[in-house]
Design a protein around this ligand. Structure first.
Ligand code: HEC
Length: 146
C-alpha cells in the first residue's frame, strides 16, 4: 500500500514538472527564456545594492533590471523584472541567485532561482515573496524605483 502511494506521488510530481517545462521554456542554464539577455535591460538601480533591507531578502551585490518601463503607475503585461544577487566568488554573468517577477494577466508571478554548478533551479516562489512585496503595493509591488 505504502509503495503504491509513493509511486502515485512520484507520477504526479513528474506530471507537474512536465507542465512547468511545457509552459515556461527554459534556456540552457535553467532560467526561463523570458529572462534572456536581462543583463542588457535598463537597470532600475543606480548603484548595485550591497546592503540588505530593511526588509532584508538577500545578502549580496544586487542589481535590478526591467524589460519594460512603467506605464503610468503600473508595469504592463509581459514586463519582467530580474534581480541578480551575486556573492563573492561568483563567475561573471552567473550570479548565484536570480529573483524574477513577471507580469501576466495583470498579476505578478514571483520565482527565485539559485545556481548549482552552471544551472539554475527554483529556490522559492509565490506567496512567500508576495507577503513581503505587499509593502510596496502602491508602487506596483516593486521596491526599486529608477
Ligand atoms: C522580506 C522581504 C522580501 C521577500 C520575502 C522577498 N523580497 Fe524581493 N525584494 C525585497 C526588497 C527589499 C527588494 C529591493 C532590493 C533589495 O533590497 O534587495 C526586493 C527586490 C526584488 C526584485 C527586484 C524588483 C523590486 O521589487 O525592487 C525582485 C524581482 C524580487 N525582489 C523578487 C522576489 C522573489 C521572487 C521573492 C520570493 C522568492 C522575493 N522577492 C521575496 C524584499 C523581499
Amino acid at each position: 500500500m505504502r509503495a503504491k502511494i509513493v509511486a502515485v506521488v512520484a507520477i504526479v510530481a513528474l506530471a507537474a514538472a512536465a507542465v512547468v517545462v511545457a509552459t515556461a521554456q527554459t534556456t540552457a542554464n535553467g532560467l526561463p527564456s523570458y529572462t534572456n539577455g536581462y543583463q542588457k535591460w535598463p537597470k532600475l538601480n543606480r548603484k548595485p545594492y550591497t546592503k540588505c533591507g530593511p526588509p532584508c531578502a538577500h545578502a549580496g551585490v544586487k542589481n535590478v533590471y526591467a524589460s519594460k518601463r512603467k506605464v503610468g503607475t503600473k508595469y504592463p503585461n509581459g514586463a519582467v523584472i530580474v534581480k541578480s544577487i551575486a556573492q563573492r566568488g561568483d563567475k561573471p554573468g552567473l550570479p548565484s541567485q536570480v529573483a524574477v517577477m513577471r507580469k501576466a494577466s495583470g498579476r505578478w508571478r514571483f520565482v527565485e532561482y539559485s545556481l548549482s554548478g552552471s544551472r539554475y533551479s527554483v529556490l522559492a516562489q509565490g506567496q512567500l515573496c508576495v507577503s513581503c512585496h505587499m509593502r510596496v503595493k502602491a508602487n506596483d509591488y516593486v521596491f526599486t524605483t529608477p
